[in-house]
Design a binder for this molecule. Structure first.
Ligand code: 5GP
Ligand code: ZN
Length: 117
């Protein structure tokens, strides 16, 4: 069923506490934790606790939770004192998505090129 935890999903395991993560924020519907392979001084992932494969699926299936994720990206940026930052939802293997549980990358603390690679 849409949104239900998946046994083979890394981020569902982080939500359940079965895999450790450096959690920086948590709400009823979201968790934010530091990326294990940071690409910038701040690199935090904000995820919904519910399992959706990508941002579009989350927006379609649970739009209120998609809003919660976005609200939390801003809160992370405030906590980290970032004036400028990037919110990235890699969607699809060709765009670099490797974990099939919606996650917003919050990246900042250095200059960010545009367009991205
Ligand atoms: P994607 O490539 O799907 O957009 O992003 C997945 C992100 O998850 C990558 O930046 C990767 O470094 C991060 N990641 C993968 N495995 C783990 C893990 O076990 N713990 C944490 N904290 N991050 C992870
Ligand atoms: Zn999941």
């Amino acid at each position: 069923m849409a949104g239900e935890p998946q046994d083979d999903c890394l981020f569902c395991k982080i939500v359940a506490g079965h895999i450790p993560a450096t959690v920086v924020r948590e709400t009823e519907t979201t968790v934010a934790f530091r990326d294990i392979n940071p690409q910038a001084p701040t690199h935090v992932l904000v995820i919904p606790k519910a399992h959706y494969r990508d941002a579009a699926a989350l927006a379609a299936g649970a739009p209120e939770v998609a809003a919660d994720v976005l609200r939390e990206t801003r809160a992370v940026a405030e906590d980290e004192k970032l004036d400028s930052f990037r919110i990235v939802f890699n969607t699809g293997a060709g765009a670099g998505q490797t974990v099939w549980h919606t996650h917003a990358h919050v990246i900042g603390g250095r200059g960010l090129n545009w367009p991205p690679g």
